[in-house]
Each structure stands twice: as C-alpha cells, then as structure tokens.
Ligand binder design. Sequence first.
Ligand code: G6P
Length: 365
Amino acid sequence: DAAEKGGYEHYMRKEIHEQPTSLRQTLSGRIDVERGDADLDVAFPQGYLESLQEIQLVACGTSYYASQYAARLLEEFADVRATVEIASEYSFDGGRDPWRTLVIAVTQSGETADTLGAIRRAGGAGARTLAVTNTLGSSVTRETEDSVFIRAGPEIGVAATKTFASQVTTLALLAVEIGRQRGSLAATDARAVLEDLRGLPGAVQQVLDEEDRVLEGAKRFADADAFFFVGRQFGYPVALEGALKLKEIAYDHAEGFAAGELKHGPLALITGDTPVLSVLTERSRPDETLNNVTEAQTREAPAIGVTDGTVETDSLDLELEVPDLGYVTPLVANVYFQLFAYHIADLQGRSIDKPRNLAKSVTVE
Ligand code: G6P
C-alpha cells in the first residue's frame, strides 16, 4: 500500500501531485498547435457536427462541475447551445430531430448508475451519444455511439481530483475540434487556446510548488465554522467543486456560490469565522467578484483569493497566485482548492481516501 502511494500519505495528495503528468497524457498526440487543430479521434458522421443543434452534458458530482465548465467552453468555441444537467434529474427532449442533439455522458468511472440511466434515456429517444470517461471498457462505453478517454490514469482517492482537470481539458479539446469543424473558431483563436492548454501542466506545477503556503492557510482557518467559495463565469463551477472537496473529505460545512448571489442571501451567514475563497482571474469577472468578497470582508469574513494579477488584491488575507492561461486559468486555481481541502481534512485527521458514507462510484440510482 505504502509503495503504491509513492511516498505520499494519501492517494488523494499523490493524485493532486500527479496532475502535471496526467494532463500531459490527456493532451498527448491530440493537438496541433501550429495549425490550431485538436483531434480526439471521434468518428462523427460526415456533416454531423455542422448540422448539430445542441449539446447536452449529463453527469454527477465532480463530473457535473467539470461539465458546467465545459458547457461554457463549448458555447464559446463551438457556437452551439450547450446545457448541463444532473444525471438523476435528466430527461431527454430532442424535439423533432433528436439525432441533431449530441448528449455527452461525463463520468470518470463509467459506472455511475444515474449517468448510465440518463444516457440510456437519451440514446433510446434517438439522440447521438458520446461517453467521456477515464475507464476503458466501462459500462458507459457500451451505451454510447462513441467514447473519448480522458487518460488521467487510475484514481483511487474517493474524492476526484486529477480526473476533474483531465475531464475539463478533454472537453476543451472537443470544443476546439467542433468549433474548427463548424467554422466558428478561427485558427488564430484556436492556436491561443491550445497554447494555453499546453501550458497547463507547467502552471499546475507552479501551484503545487506553493503547497506550503496553502498549508499555512489551512492551519489558520482549520477551525472555521463554514467555508464559502465564490466565483463567476469559469470561476463558478470551480467554486462549486472547491466546496464539494471540503464537504467530502473534511466533513466541514462548505458551499459554493455564484459570487453575485452572495448579496441575495448567503451574506446573512457571513461572520468572522466563515472564510470566503474566491477565484479572481481574468475572464471570470474578477472586479465584480472582488466587490462581493469585500462585502463579506466588511462583515469580518477572512478572504482567500486566487489571482492572476488582473485585479488589485492587497486587501486579501491570503493571496494565491496562478499564471494567466486564458480560459483555463480557473482550472489551475482549482488545484489550490484541492490542496486546501486536503490540508484542512488532514489537520483534522480525517480518513481522506475513504471518507465516511461515500463511494468512489455509485452504482445505484
Ligand atoms: C461519486 C464519487 C464522486 C464522483 C461521482 C461521479 O459520488 O464519490 O467523487 O464525482 O460519484 O462519479 P463518476 O465516476 O460518474 O465521474
């Protein structure tokens, strides 16, 4: 067991640290930066992508948040309506031409019953279906027309970490591929996105090198009553995912909010013992988010922010830096949240790799 953890005390920390490698695997052989092309080797029928009307993503848990991130990328690059639904809530409505809706099941394990049920309903109603999964030969790959593998390598910790990063990255590649095919993404723009994706492993490594600062922060705030995570745009699903990590492994009360919603309710919960963690990066409306954070600080809340230098953040109690990687900067910011949740849980002596009441994959609906 100790050998398998490669010197780390927990699989989760090992898997967080594996991200530069797993992201390289995810990208390997799939991008041509010079030409601005991405190719996931999906055999869409001739003309299919051009005639596509809508993409629906279905998923649970962390995969659901990865899908929320991805839907924004799909809308941005592929000029197609993209919606996300929690798999257990999903029912398919494909209109008169269901085949023109592509339904994507996003599932690390490929075995989540809710997600399998959702994709079965979509396929049964005539949609074209695609699996985005980490697991070769998993059940989902038998339910869908096509499969794409995120290539993160086996993930043992119950709380998903490296697979979140690889899911978003894979779906970003799909968004580029579809955008190029549909003519909605110019080669120069695609090139810039692919450059940023290629920069991910190095940027994540820079965050991992700052782990000591995260540990200091975790020590400062480990006794908090609750943790609030806020973000906008691409920062919003990352806020939700950050809160989920803390709930899962630290058993602390944590919530993710759209930063603009703080003032519409959650602000009533803010005290000096409720740290607010925020994503303050370009393209995630950092100025407005910082205003929301300042409102929380006025109510004594300590503020921890992840920044890429686009806003003045002197007022933060703890500032964590990420390099600017365009659309995927919040994905790098997420690594700070993973480390933060890990250390908060570790300081409390939690059973990090096998949290109480949770399973790595849930095979009942
Ligand atoms: C379980 C796990 C989560 C995971 C979710 C979806 O609840 O504990 O970590 O995000 O299932 O899993 P999937 O394999 O479908 O991505």
